[in-house]
Design a binder for this molecule. Structure first.
Ligand code: ADP
Ligand code: MG
Length: 384
């Protein structure tokens, strides 16, 4: 991570004020894909790529935001902050300010500097880390605080309502509530959660296929519609099934013949993925890494074959990892149709694994991947 001491002195040099420093991590989802909008389970981990925020008060009524990543500064009047997004990175901090203002907080004048090493737009949730770190920073300046789950919801609203991105709650939730050396099983229905230990000698190797996923593209909403259509069929027979979270594989056996074939497959992924995600948490609790690896493999092929949410490159990345020393489990993570795979790997093999996987993938596809070796890290906090 960028040295917080250096980050502080850069803020001091730019704004002539000593900042309070906060950090919020990016994340990777271990298992639980397309289960969030079915009110099911996800199990993300906070990673050691994070965004830092420095904040200091101002006396000129201005809100000045600076991103070191973009080397850009923007100035606004604290009393009349923009109410709408402008398709600029500043939408993320301004969105948080807008949501906090909507909660009745008076937003004071401040200087905010941001710097992050979460790769931008790679599906590791740099956006949520910016929102959560900004919220902590502004709240500390006004002397307020929220419990982590509430903070996460406010930040999700900043992204949904201000930035205009239709994301679920997972990213902000894990960034705000993650714990070092733990994954977090989140129940997307009521936001209750459970921490499950990840052994310290396990590395999270995130392999970017470099194939761009686009949540705005047609595939994501189509899959969602298809799986929700299956749920509607079940609900005709069992009114207690408003979401696939409440459905069972037996429901599909009974009424699958009334569904469009694609809908049946999508639902089979979502229902089985929910079961796998809960089972994966149990496996972690017991320290049964072999079982976790088995569940991750099953999850990948369910995602690829039933949900048709993978792509040739991601399937290749998963296949190429299979016989590499140290692999515990590998699967495509995130919204699908490209993006990154997550590989759980024994730490002592991590470096060789990452290098060899990169070589194999480049040879097989002609694409040079980005491969990151990460560890399960802590959630958002103030730095001393
Ligand atoms: P992801 O969350 O997967 O990284 P998104 O497209 O949701 O991808 O969010 C990326 C956007 O978040 C960037 O385009 C930028 O607007 C904003 N962002 C992330 N990190 C920073 C940063 N350090 N400084 C300024 N803006 C940032
Ligand atoms: Mg994002």
């Amino acid at each position: 991570m960028h040295d917080p001491v250096e980050f502080r002195s850069q803020h001091l040099a730019r704004f002539h004020a000593d900042p309070a420093i906060f950090v919020a991590p990016g994340r990777v989802n271990l298992i639980g894909e397309h289960t969030d909008y079915a009110e099911g389970f996800v199990m993300p981990v906070a990673i050691d790529f994070a965004t830092l925020a420095g904040i200091s008060p101002r006396s000129d009524g201005k809100v000045v935001v600076y991103s070191e990543n973009y080397q850009q500064e923007r100035t606004f009047d604290a009393a009349t902050l923009p109410a709408k997004a402008s398709n600029h990175w500043s939408d993320y901090p301004l969105g948080v300010a807008a949501i906090l203002a909507g909660e009745g907080h008076k937003i004071p004048a401040f200087s905010l500097s941001l710097w992050g090493d979460v790769p931008l737009g790679s599906g590791l949730s740099s956006s949520a880390s910016v929102e959560v770190v900004t919220a902590l920073a502004i709240l500390s300046l006004i002397g307020a605080s929220y419990p982590g789950p509430v903070l996460a919801r406010l930040c999700q609203r900043a992204e949904n309502e201000f930035v205009g991105a239709n994301c679920g709650i997972m990213d902000q939730f894990i960034s705000a509530n993650g714990e070092a050396d733990h994954a977090l099983l989140l129940d997307c229905r009521d936001l209750s959660y459970k921490l499950a230990p990840i052994p310290a000698d396990v590395a999270l190797i995130i392999a970017n296929t470099m194939v761009k996923h686009s949540v705005a593209g047609g595939d994501y909403p189509t899959r969602r519609r298809e799986s929700e259509a299956a749920c509607a069929v079940i609900a005709k027979h069992r009114p207690g099934v408003p979401f696939l979270r409440d459905a069972t594989l037996e429901d599909l056996e009974k009424w699958g013949n009334e569904m469009e074939p694609k809908s049946l497959l999508r639902a089979r992924h979502v229902i089985s993925e929910n079961l796998r995600t809960v089972a994966a948490c149990d496996a972690l609790m017991k320290g049964d890494m072999a079982e976790l690896g088995r569940l991750m493999a099953e999850a990948h092929w369910s995602y690829s074959k039933d949900f048709e949410g993978s792509c040739a490159e991601a399937d290749t990345m998963v296949e190429l990892a299979q016989d590499l020393p140290g692999l515990i489990g590998a699967r495509l993570t995130g919204g699908g149709f490209g993006g990154c795979t997550i590989n759980l790997v024994e730490q002592r093999h991590a470096k060789a694994f990452a290098e060899e996987l990169g070589r194999r993938y480049a040879t097989a596809t002609g694409i040079v991947p980005q491969i990151h070796i990460c560890h399960a890290s802590g959630g958002a906090r103030k730095l001393a």
